[in-house]
Design a protein around this ligand. Structure first.
Ligand code: DX5
Ligand code: ZN
Length: 240
């Protein structure tokens, strides 16, 4: 996990009947982004525990076969009610990180600490209408902050540029932390090669990309293009 700017293909835009093939297709990326939806927190239903468990096995397999030492991580984006109750089940499967929503949890610090104690990275997400205020003082409790740049629920929606102020505000707060305590700042929704430089300049150092990657002629190459554009823009704007 050492590129300046990380790319997380969302398998929401993959072929659910050919998941192994579509995971192998993006083995050069940084995280596989797994969208779990429950028909309650968002008006859509995707996959749950048995499928995620199998995805973790397949990704472990990909990592073992990978000869150049590159490691593909798994991030489960829980768009579900009551993550306080369910997140632990995903942690036990050996996923690398779990992203839960700020307004779905009753105790974000408790949940993050519980996940970290299980060896899983903890990540918290804000919907477009939620300000960063509630988490500004507790950023060091998390390994990643996810700013939604669409209303969660569906792939292929239009990117919300009005979220960039929030990204910059969070980046400035993150930069004030000791370097070892700085969470990754990721955006999710409507990001492609056309606007990734904007999100990186605003301060994000990771992005989810669903339709942009899986809708491309060559998804593997698209991951590289988005990562390179993001890395240059981030490096130019935010010296480390
Ligand atoms: C939306 C999901 C996203 C989605 C992104 O609720 O959280 O991860 O798959 O897809 P694109 O990149 O197509 O907007
Ligand atoms: Zn997502």
């Amino acid at each position: 996990m050492d590129s300046i700017f990380k790319v997380a293909p969302s398998i929401l835009s993959a072929d659910f009947c050919n998941l192994q093939r579509d995971l192998e297709l993006v083995s050069n990326s940084d995280f596989v982004h797994i969208d779990v939806m429950d028909y309650h927190f968002v008006p859509n239903l995707t996959i749950g525990e048995p499928v995620v468990e199998r995805i973790v096995e397949v990704v472990n397999d990909i990592n073992q076969k990978n000869k150049n030492g590159h490691v593909l991580f798994t991030d489960v984006h829980l768009m579900i009610e009551n993550p306080d109750r369910w997140a632990e089940n995903y942690a036990e499967m050996g996923v690398s990180s779990i992203t839960f929503h700020y307004n779905a949890t009753s105790a974000p610090i408790r949940l993050a600490r519980r996940l970290r104690s299980l060896g899983v990275r903890a990540s918290i997400s804000l919907r477009p209408a939620e300000s960063a205020d509630g988490i500004l003082d507790i950023l060091d409790e998390f390994d990643m902050i996810l700013v939604m740049t669409v209303e969660p629920g569906f792939g292929g929606q239009k990117f919300l540029e009005n979220q960039m102020n929030k990204v910059s505000l969070l980046r400035c707060a993150i930069e004030k932390l000791e370097s070892t305590k700085r969470p990754i700042l990721q955006v999710d929704g409507g990001v492609s090669r056309k606007n990734v430089e904007m999100v990186a300049k605003a301060g994000a150092n990771a992005t989810v990309a669903g339709s942009a990657v899986y809708g491309a002629q060559n998804p593997r190459e698209e991951v590289e293009i988005i990562r390179n554009l993001g890395s240059s823009a981030f490096a130019a704007s935010w010296k480390r």
